[in-house]
Design a protein around this ligand. Structure first.
Ligand code: ATP
Length: 331
């Protein structure tokens, strides 16, 4: 498998702020790679280092095997789609898409032809003559995508590209982006702080925290087998189960992660672990039930067609086999 992008001990410090700190990273060619993490964890800085808009303070970056940390953005086989789209308001949609080709001196007929092909690719066939202000948010987002793709990058960088869209449109665009990536076979590097978005779209996810990557894996790996408490909490809001409770629930005697949907409630008689129902929140298809077990509060996601519990009930706790995952970091 060809490696599209590789970081070797890459750091980017701004004075005392370690925006990116000694990061090692490999992104396979043709993959959909998500950088996931909270605000300020170093995702955007990492993306800017790949694009060449910023340079590392230490370490080296390789794109398709070539060291490139000093190459300017236009000398890299990479293009970026920004969250705010950055379209030129006075140019037509067609000229916006053709802009990169114009800069490179491609003659008008040819660049308009290629721009129209890209507009067709993002399902905006008849929008070429309009201005950006005459488009909806979702349509502008597609124009930004077409404008990046017209340069035929081998790696497309997307910085929170769906952040400005409402939930429904966002979900629709998630599917479209994923389908487009599969059709084109280009490497996509996608920055998001939305774990659902990363889980549903990516082949691999790098979870960032405080300038470092705490885990890289498939969506299934980071969701079901988080390495640290941070990942367990950030990706899918896992319960953090202390050693004694973990052991009684059939797991190992160490801190373990447990997904709320893997926890079920029973009558308290005969149960090894019992607790008190603290609250029940109605979420539509499911209820989120909080249970107090000694000092620990656990969250269960129950189908609301299941047994009905009320606040103050004493309940027994059960987990699905294999659902308790022992974490590497154990404090
Ligand atoms: P968000 O999701 O909010 O965009 P992020 O994970 O993309 O966050 P970065 O933008 O990479 O985070 O920022 C990482 C850290 O580096 C932050 O603490 C930020 O304040 C700092 N930082 C980024 N750029 C600069 C800069 N030019 N000068 C000083 N500090 C910076």
């Amino acid at each position: 498998m060809t490696v599209a992008v590789e970081f070797k001990k890459v750091s980017r410090h701004f004075g005392a702020v370690k925006a990116v700190d000694e990061v090692d990273l490999k992104i396979d060619e043709g993959s959909f790679f998500a950088m996931l993490g909270p605000s300020g964890s170093g995702k955007t800085t990492s993306l800017r280092l790949i694009s060449g808009f910023d340079q590392p303070s230490a370490g080296s970056i390789h794109i398709f095997g070539e060291a490139c940390e000093t190459a300017p953005p236009n000398r890299r086989p990479v293009n970026t789609v920004f969250q705010d789209y950055a379209l030129f308001p006075h140019l037509s949609i067609r000229d916006n898409v053709a802009y990169g080709l114009m800069v490179r001196g491609v003659r008008k007929n040819l660049r308009h032809q290629e721009a129209d092909e890209m507009l067709s690719l993002v399902k905006l066939d008849n929008f070429g003559d309009r201005k950006p202000a005459q488009l909806s948010g979702g349509q502008r987002q597609r124009v930004a995508l077409a404008r990046a793709l017209v340069n035929k990058p081998r790696v497309l960088l997307l910085d929170e590209p769906l952040g400005a869209l409402d939930l429904k449109l966002r979900e629709q665009m998630q599917e479209e982006l994923k389908a487009l990536q599969q059709r084109l076979g280009i490497t996509f590097v996608f920055v998001t702080h939305d774990q659902t978005e990363a889980l549903s779209m990516a082949d691999k996810i790098a979870v960032f925290n405080a300038g470092g990557i705490v885990q890289i894996g498939t969506p299934e790996e980071v969701y079901h087998r988080p390495r640290t408490k941070f990942v367990a909490d950030f990706v899918g809001s896992s319960n953090l189960v202390p050693p004694q409770i973990s052991l009684d629930l059939g797991g190992q005697s160490c801190w373990s992660s447990l997904k709320p949907e893997a926890l079920t409630l029973t009558k308290q008689e005969g149960a090894k672990v019992v607790g008190t129902v603290k609250s029940i929140r109605y979420l539509g298809a499911t209820n989120r039930v909080m249970i107090q077990v000694g000092e620990t509060e656990l969250s269960a996601l129950l189908s609301n067609t299941a047994d009905h519990w009320t606040r103050g009930d004493f309940v027994g706790l059960q987990v699905k086999p294999g659902a308790l995952y022992a974490m590497e970091e154990n404090t």
